[in-house]
Write a protein of this length. Structure first.
Length: 302
């Protein structure tokens, strides 16, 4: 591996939660965490490269690759690393609210500097969200590995695979996925959203620039995309800062614990309970997921 850049980290940067997120599937073919290092093969202008993001130094992330990168490729990797490390959002905004709101203060206490890491590209979050509908994280990760094994191009000779592109998934027949334990509905939804991207009816990069409400409405207009799925894509893929994925089982449990409720709040109650965290509900969601220690086996932090 060749070192090619350093990415300064803010004071109080919490690497443990970021590493736990990217290492949530220890058998993944498209990303892996080894100690304090995130490994991921990426598509770059000059061809694929295996990239390492090392958080061991504490004050800076060091970036390395398995081949030399030109300046444009290095800049593209730096931009991806910033997404994956949660460095593009305002991490202090929620703590400013905590100065005047005791509920928010109780939530963020003990986790100063917490960040919300994103997937390397919004399309990866869309795949996670569609695959993960109504199943637990363990099975969602297993189905994702099946998708990657089926449609992801190999990189090198060490078992790595590139995450499938929308075109890779759009070209599949549903039967190819149902043979890999996908339900017929899940296979149809995944292929459908892939075709929406490849045909240009859905522009994920453009959605990231829209107001959250408008982006959500465009997503839920797609077959198989409900409110939870849309908000997960917005939170983990598009980087919207004020999204509450109501309907998430981990979020409901964390809100129940935070407020000492007798029963888990329903979706309407979750919306109301998340309102005090605006306009930083995405980061508040990360704090709520992190408060479930150890994480639930369901969709917390997916």
């Amino acid at each position: 591996m060749r070192l090619f850049a350093e990415l300064p980290l803010p004071a109080l940067y919490r690497a443990a939660e970021v590493l736990a997120y990217h290492g949530r599937d220890g058998a993944s073919l498209t990303e892996r965490v080894e100690g304090a290092r995130i490994l991921k093969p990426l598509r770059l202008a000059g061809g694929p490269a295996l990239v390492a993001i090392d958080l061991g130094a504490g004050t800076a992330a060091t970036l390395a690759s398995d081949r030399p990168l030109d300046l444009a490729e290095a800049e593209a990797v730096l931009a991806t690393a910033r997404r994956m490390l949660g460095l593009n959002a305002d991490a202090e905004g929620l703590e400013r609210i905590a100065e005047r709101d005791p509920i928010v203060a109780r939530l963020v206490a003990g986790r100063p500097g917490l960040r919300l890491p994103l997937t390397a590209h919004a399309w990866e979050a869309m795949c996670w969200a569609v695959i993960g509908q109504q199943i637990n994280l363990t099975f969602a990760a297993a189905l994702r590995r099946e998708m990657v094994d089926l449609a992801g191009a190999p990189h090198g000779e060490t078992g790595w695979r590139l995450h499938p592109t929308p075109a890779d998934i759009a070209a599949l027949a549903p039967e190819a996925l149902t043979a890999r334990r996908f339900s017929r509905a899940k296979a149809a939804y995944l292929i459908g959203v892939a075709r929406a991207v490849t045909e240009g009816t859905l522009d994920l990069d453009a959605l990231a620039l829209l107001p959250a409400g408008e982006a959500e409405e465009r997503l839920v207009a797609l077959r198989g995309i409900g409110r939870w799925t849309a908000r997960y894509i917005m939170l983990r893929g598009l980087g919207h800062g004020d999204v509450a994925p109501v309907g998430d089982s981990g979020l409901a449990t964390a809100l129940q614990r935070l407020h000492g409720l007798e029963a888990r709040p329903d979706m309407a109650a979750q919306e109301a309970l998340m309102q005090p965290f605006a306009p930083f509900r995405s980061l508040a969601t990360a704090h709520l997921w992190a408060s479930l220690a150890p994480p639930l086996a369901g969709d917390a932090g997916r």
